[in-house]
Structure formats: C-alpha cells, structure tokens
Ligand binder design. Structure first.
Ligand SMILES: [Zn+2]
Length: 198
C-alpha cells in the first residue's frame, strides 16, 4: 500500500511538471520568505527569523539559476507584507509551486529539525509530492525531520496552486541555531530544498 501511494504521488508529480503548455519544461517557483519589516518573526537574542529566511531565499534563488526553474523571490527587501498582500502578489505570478520559508521556536528547547506543512485542499496531492521530496532531501543527509504535516495556514489554505511551508529549524534549539545562523548552514538548507526541485 505504501508503494502504491508512492507511485501515485510520483506519477502525479511527474505529470505536473509538464502540464503547463506555456512553459512545458520550466516550472515557476515563488519563494515566500516569511515576516519582514516590523514583523520580525521568531527571535533568539539578536537573531531574527525574518533575516534567516531572507538569506536562505537568496541562496535558493542563486542555486536554482542553472536549473530549469524560474525562481521568484516574493520579498527581496526587509519590508512588512500582510498575508493578504502576499496572497494577491503570488496569485498575480501564477506559480507552479510556492515555498514559504519560516523558522520555528518552541518552549521545549530540545525540539529541533525541519518540518514541512501542506494544506488539505484541492492541491494536497501535488503539494505533498513536493513536501515529501524536500523532507527526503534532508533525510538523505541524516538531518532530523518530521513526517509531512498538515496545517491550514492562511497562504497554504488560500493559494490556488501547490504550496508548502518549510520550517527550517528551531531558533530555540542550540544545535539548530548553529546552521540557521551561519552562512554555511543557510547554504546547506537552500541546497537541500533546491535539490528537491530537480
Ligand atoms: Zn515564521
């Protein structure tokens, strides 16, 4: 049964890539770096979630420049953008996939690792295909991950395209902080996500 599920998701995903006649081979991916401006997101000492996700977004765009993927960064400045604004801007771009980047925080300082969320809507299967690939790319590097999770986050729920939210790690965990707050670590995070888009 597990194999059947995998094959189903794989086939749906494969068809998905070549489904758009306007750019049959090239997929358009919008990277939505969470927070910005007065909305700093999670914070640990002077380290801010909004900056971490912006940095990882930039690395991700750079890493995809030689792939057959058009990467559009929704936020290139440190600016506040409401969720409604994000939704409208993303919809105007008609992407094939949206990746929202965030970093986690928990009162339980032992919690760590990457988490990926998808919404339950008409795009769940396609979103799950990409979400699973992202998690697999981290697992291959023996990185701590959870199973793919379901969440009705505003953007995930309302976007009219496949979308995933990636929580890159926990600012509240000292081990996660080592990579969240280093250029080496941020490039590693971006690389794993980029490799899952191949
Ligand atoms: Zn966040």
């Amino acid at each position: 049964m597990r194999l059947l599920c995998f094959l189903f998701v794989f086939c749906v995903g494969f068809n998905f890539v070549s489904a758009d006649p306007s750019h049959p081979n090239k997929i358009r991916v919008v990277i939505d770096a969470g927070h910005g401006g007065i909305d700093t997101g999670a914070q640990s000492n002077s380290i801010l979630e909004k900056q971490i996700v912006a940095d990882v977004s930039s690395h991700l765009k750079e890493l995809c420049s030689d792939k057959n993927i058009e990467v559009i960064l929704l936020r290139t400045e440190d600016e506040f953008m409401s969720l409604q604004d994000r939704l409208a801007k993303i919809e105007a771009l008609s992407p094939d996939l949206v990746i929202s980047l965030h970093a986690n925080y928990s009162p339980d300082r032992d919690r760590n690792g990457v988490e990926v969320f998808v919404a339950e809507n008409e795009f769940t299967v396609k979103s799950s295909y990409f979400g699973t690939k992202i998690l697999e790319s981290f697992k291959r590097k023996d990185f701590k991950t959870s199973d793919l999770k379901s969440a009705n986050f505003f953007l995930l729920k309302n976007l009219k395209c496949p979308a995933v939210t990636v929580e890159l790690g926990f600012l509240s965990n000292s081990e996660d902080m080592k990579y969240l707050n280093s250029e080496f670590g941020q490039k590693f995070l971006a690389k794993q996500i980029a490799s899952s888009l191949d």
